[in-house]
Design a protein around this ligand. Structure first.
Ligand SMILES: NC(=O)c1ccc[n+]([C@@H]2O[C@H](COP(=O)([O-])OP(=O)(O)OC[C@H]3O[C@@H](n4cnc5c(N)ncnc54)[C@H](OP(=O)(O)O)[C@@H]3O)[C@@H](O)[C@H]2O)c1
Length: 271
């Protein structure tokens, strides 16, 4: 059976996933529709992604069997409450809204539904994301595969069984890209302070981050082993790493990621 996808919300994440789905040729563009209140977003999606668009969420779900909620968490309640789903139809619901738990989604969508909660991240925009997924018991193996295939069009996927881990996942990979952007920014600034032209400092910082990430991804060595291999005693890298370590970088990172995890817990109680 050909799946019909309805995206509710065509912002950054919605568009990233649709673009992945379209460029991976996982389905024909005629099987995808996005609903968004913004005319600008709809025009962009129609022109650049070639998909159908509409302003009404209800119209978007008319023929759909896979409904992806890609609106801000604070809009999820009103968006879902206003939708009327066909009785007797089987749907797969996928939510990427941060902090909206499965039991909350079940209260909004009804019990015994196939629901996948997913935490993607912004590298999805360049199809290099990582998405962590958790599903209700009612989600069949085939529906899990459907959700996984959809998210794999923008990067890797990992299933978890314990939803409680989602707050830590949010802190590590959901918010994670920003930590690396900060580091790139700070390395670039330090290079400029040492006299490098701004453009050169930026290129060096970005390309070094890309190369280091690829090496960490492809090498059988752990990140710790890779670091030790490039650090000769008394050498230049050693001089820099000693400053990081003596300044308590590990504690700072622990504090920061714990704060993100705690904020994720608090936000899920608010929504
Ligand atoms: N960005 C990330 O790094 C990231 C990572 C993981 C998960 N997420 C989750 O992904 C979701 C979307 O985030 P985003 O960054 O893509 O946000 P976004 O760019 O603001 O996209 C949300 C889109 O939904 C539209 N919208 C607002 N109200 C709507 C309604 N009633 N019906 C249909 N569409 C509506 C918005 O239109 P207007 O702009 O006109 O309001 C906007 O185009 C969020 O729940 C977020 O938690 C994001």
């Amino acid at each position: 059976m050909t799946n019909k996808y309805a995206f509710i919300g065509g912002g950054n994440m919605g568009q990233a996933i649709i673009s992945g789905l379209v460029s991976a040729k996982r389905t024909d563009v005629s099987n995808i529709i996005v609903a968004d209140p913004s005319q600008e977003v709809r025009n962009h999606c129609a022109k650049n992604l070639g998909i159908q668009t509409c302003p009404s969420n209800q119209d978007a779900i008319l023929d759909a069997d896979v409904v992806i909620f890609a609106v801000k968490p604070q809009h999820m309640h009103s968006v879902i409450s206003e939708l009327k789903f066909k009785k007797g139809s089987t749907y797969l619901f996928i939510s990427i809204a941060a902090g909206i738990r499965l039991d909350h989604l079940e209260r909004l969508l009804g019990k015994n539904q196939a629901i996948v909660r997913c935490m993607p991240n912004t590298p999805a925009l360049v199809h290099s994301g990582i998405s962590v997924l958790v599903a209700t018991e009612e989600t069949s193996a085939a529906q899990r595969l459907q959700a996984e295939t959809l998210l794999q069009s923008v990067g890797k996927t990992i299933w978890i069984e314990d939803e409680a881990l989602m707050d830590a996942v949010t802190a590590v990979s959901g918010s994670g890209p920003a930590y690396f952007f900060l580091l790139i920014e700070l390395i670039q600034k330090a290079g400029i302070r040492l006299g490098l032209p701004s453009e050169l400092a930026e290129t060096l910082a970005v390309e070094t981050a890309v190369g280091a990430a690829k090496l960490a991804q492809q090498s059988p060595d752990t990140a710790s082993e890779l670091r030790q291999k490039v650090t000769s005693p008394q050498g230049t890298t050693d001089a820099a790493l000693n400053i990081f370590s003596n300044s308590g970088l590990e504690d700072i990172v622990n504090l920061a990621i714990t704060a993100a995890r705690d904020r994720s817990i608090a936000l899920s109680k608010e929504n």
